[in-house]
Design a protein around this ligand. Structure first.
Ligand code: MLC
Ligand code: AMP
Length: 474
């Protein structure tokens, strides 16, 4: 039914693309979910979005998660639908099939119901869950118009065309892979080589022998491509034959920009974006691609750097980046207060600190607060990880923050105050392993703690707020 939310808990595959387009055609809201999420993470999204159905791949980890949720009664109102070629479409609340029509075929062929209208451009097309400051993730409602206009603006700037071949290894449950990748290519009639997961050697092969010409990645992928080129010098020549390499979702270190250029001759085109606003800043295609900067506003977007009072900061001075965007979300799903609180004077407050050069190039310089970590391009709410670790019997107090990481940009670090030990106190490595295993029951892999510091107490300011910037140097 139009407006219903359908969650998609699946590894990247052509069926996911057909589901996206089919949902759009019928006016169903597509809700992508990381197929490696744990039960608690999936349960939250199904509940929060009020999903009417969930698509999954039989035999996958996601199918096991759904079994677990089913057995605790969490799927009573959610239809489970198998997303592969000839799998049956089950009736509500049952895991067995009622009909043998595949879901993707159904989406492609079913006529629009008489009572339904064609979806409107301003209708919510996709609900993307992104980490929130409150601990659980928030649904970002994006309209068809916002998605198409914004992706068209940016891909036009990047000269996407039907002769391009995109090598796409980004996940299809975030805006980078799903919109810029899948829709960007579709809008220009580009062929896409879709990979279930990123593997640097496979990407090189795609450029060497499968005609790939465009690659879009997060910085971690470029670190891994650089490693692949160090191991096999012919890989650099293969990538050198490409037309365009872009980076986004996290800061691309200038050293990696220069190393990639030295190896392949390509200056990686870095851009900036956010689930709530889509893609708002980009280095130019023809002009100077400046390492360490995210460039200038994408057509249809505007940015300002402002001080705490909301006034424009002078050129070169640090302030919060606020944006207007043709790709702006409609709202946070079911959270009017959070939606209202994220705007000031009609500008969306990104929480990113930035400065701007006199010619308008923006440089991102970190977050305003240690509220999120970006690891491998994935956003992690420090609060979400803290809430889980606080439930561990040895933990009296905990603070989560980002530690610098060569490959992932940042990795999850924890500062822990232990409860008075009952029995011998474990060493730090043992404690970390215990916390990792404990957190792994409810959090997916990239959110798990990789580093630990044990303290007698956490550094707090007069108001009792943990001063996380003091933890990082430790
Ligand atoms: C994995 N590992 C990590 C880790 N992730 N260690 C620390 N921090 C992390 N975040 C460890 C694993 O435990 C494993 O260890 C080893 O690294 C390899 O794991 P992997 O799963 O094989 O890693 P890999 O597949 O290479 O993952 C890297 C990646 C992935 C870059 C492919 O992170 C990724 O797909 N990122 C894309 C995220 C994305 O699309 N973001 C866009 C959000 S939208 P061991 O010991 O087992 O070897 C957005 C807006 C915008 O941000 O502007 O785009
Ligand atoms: P997400 O909420 O997952 O969409 O992530 C959005 C966040 O990713 C932004 O607020 C930034 O902190 C970060 N980000 C995206 N692109 C870049 C970039 N090119 N450089 C630095 N940070 C980036």
């Amino acid at each position: 039914m139009q407006g219903d939310r359908v969650a998609v808990l699946a590894e990247s595959s052509p069926s996911v693309v057909v589901a996206l387009l089919g949902h759009h055609r019928l006016g169903v809201v597509h809700v992508p979910v990381n197929p490696r999420y744990r039960a608690a993470e999936v349960r939250h999204i199904l509940r929060d979005s009020g999903a009417a159905a969930v698509l999954y791949q039989p035999g996958s980890e996601g199918a096991d998660i759904l079994d677990a949720l089913e057995s605790e009664g969490a799927l009573a109102a959610v239809r489970r639908i198998a997303l592969d070629a000839d799998a049956p479409v089950p009736a509500a609340g049952s895991a067995s099939g009622a009909s043998s029509t595949s879901y993707v075929r159904l989406l492609a062929s079913s006529p629009l119901e008489d009572s339904s209208r064609a979806p409107l451009d301003e209708d919510t097309a996709v609900l993307v869950y992104t980490s929130g400051t409150t601990g659980t993730s928030k649904g970002v409602a994006l309209s068809t118009r916002a998605i198409v206009e914004n992706v068209e603006s940016l891909t036009h700037l990047w000269r996407f065309g039907s002769r391009d071949v995109l090598a796409l290894a980004l996940p299809l449950f975030h805006v980078h892979g799903l919109f810029l990748g899948i829709l960007g290519a579709l809008l220009h009639g580009m062929k896409t080589l879709l990979f279930e997961r990123f593997d640097a050697v496979r990407i090189v092969e795609a450029f060497a022998s499968e005609g790939a010409s465009v690659f879009m990645g997060v910085p971690t992928m470029y670190v891994k491509l650089l490693e692949a080129m160090a191991a096999r010098p012919e890989a650099a020549a293969a990538l050198g034959r490409g037309r365009l390499f872009t980076s986004g979702s996290a800061p691309l270190p200038a050293d990696d920009f220069h190393a990639f250029e030295a190896a392949t001759g390509h200056r990686i085109l870095e851009r900036y974006g956010m689930t709530e606003t889509l893609f708002t800043l980009s280095n130019p295609y023809d002009g100077e691609r400046r390492p360490g900067t995210v460039g200038q506003p994408v057509p249809g977007c505007a940015v300002r750097v402002v001080d705490d009072a909301g006034q424009d900061a002078p050129n070169g001075e640090l302030g919060e980046l606020v944006v207007q965007s043709n790709g702006l979300m409609t709202r946070y799903w079911g959270r009017p207060d959070d939606t209202a609180a994220s705007f000031r004077d009609g500008w969306f407050m990104t929480g990113d600190m930035a400065h701007q050069s006199p010619d308008g190039h923006v440089t991102i310089a970190g977050r305003k607060a240690v509220d999120f970590i970006k690891s491998g391009g994935f956003k992690i709410s420090t609060r979400e990880v803290e809430d889980v670790l606080r439930r561990h019997s040895r933990v009296a107090d905990v603070a989560v923050f980002g530690a610098p990481d060569r490959v992932f940009g940042e990795r999850v670090a924890v500062a822990v105050v232990m409860r008075p030990a009952v029995g011998p106190r474990p060493d730090d490595a043992t404690l970390l392993a215990e916390l990792y295993a404990f957190a792994a029951r409810s959090l997916t892999e990239y959110k798990l703690p990789r580093e630990i510091v044990v303290l007698d107490e956490l550094p707090r300011n007069a108001l009792g707020k943990v001063q996380k910037h003091l933890l990082r140097p430790r």
